[in-house]
Design a protein around this ligand. Structure first.
Ligand code: HEM
Length: 232
């Protein structure tokens, strides 16, 4: 465990975490600025990410269950208008294109549209769907998706989620991606997660492009983190 890890609280699946409130009148330099000083003032947490189990055979052939768990660092915040998640993780290489044997880096968060009984494996059927925000390093955009289990990922008509990423080549320390995604708290549309709830179950996925990760081949949090939205 590095010093950086020791200073950041580890969240286990099904832990509750309070979403920080950014006071009214405080603004980021730009809407999703990954490098804004505000992030240093808010608590950061981490979760341990493990390879997603093989949902189909082609994943089984490529998966490396012995791979070390990776750490995903996160800051969870809201203003009176928007919800923000800032993700940070070590990645030696910046993969922004899909070429032979290499794929783009990516990150996604998912929200249960119901409670934490919904499957954290991207939901389970149309009645137990999830809303996914999916950032990809190739076009640096965030897609607003819905899924009711692996293989059912659908691009939604409404695209209210925005994001921005920065890749830091750190002198002496490992390189890392920092990605901020955000959305207005109030957003219309089918399969759009509501933040007007006491508890919002949230999940996480990371794709390391240099390790051929794409689709189901990725690291995930095995379960939900329960967002406590009550801060004011
Ligand atoms: C054990 C857990 C999981 C398994 C077994 C799994 C499996 C899969 C499979 C088989 C696919 C390819 C078919 C498709 O596009 O639907 C896929 C794609 C995808 N998954 Fe998952 N998944 C898991 C967890 C997650 C989590 C936690 C998230 C988000 C936080 C997520 C987000 C996505 C996204 C965005 C895609 C589309 C990727 C692309 O277009 O390259 N998954 N997953």
């Amino acid at each position: 465990q590095t010093l950086a890890e020791a200073n950041v609280k580890l969240l286990e699946p099904y832990d509750t975490v309070k979403v920080s409130k950014i006071p009214d009148g405080i603004y980021l330099r730009s809407i999703n600025d990954p490098d804004d000083i505000i992030w240093e003032r808010l608590p950061e947490y981490r979760v341990e990410m493990n390879p997603a189990f093989a949902a189909h055979e082609s994943v089984e052939l490529r998966i490396n269950y012995d791979a070390e768990t990776t750490q995903l660092y996160m800051t969870l915040a809201r203003t009176s208008e928007r919800f923000y998640v800032r993700l940070r993780w070590v990645d030696d290489t910046r993969d922004t294109a899909t070429t032979f044997g290499r794929f783009r880096d990516g990150a996604a968060v998912q929200f249960s549209l119901g409670d934490d009984e919904t499957s954290p494996v991207m939901g389970d059927g149309p009645e137990n769907a999830v809303n996914i925000w999916y950032w990809r390093a190739d076009d640096n955009s965030v897609q607003n998706l819905a899924a009711g289990g692996p293989g059912s990922t659908t691009l939604l008509d409404e695209q209210p989620v925005t994001g921005e990423a920065m890749y830091f080549e750190n002198d002496g320390d490992p390189n890392e991606w920092v990605v901020v995604m955000s959305r207005a708290l109030v957003s219309e549309g089918a399969h759009t997660a509501s933040f007007d709830r006491d508890i919002v179950p949230m999940g996480f996925a990371i794709w390391q492009g240099a390790e051929q990760q794409r689709d189901g081949l990725k690291t995930v949090l095995d379960g939900w983190v329960l967002l406590d939205m009550s801060a004011d």
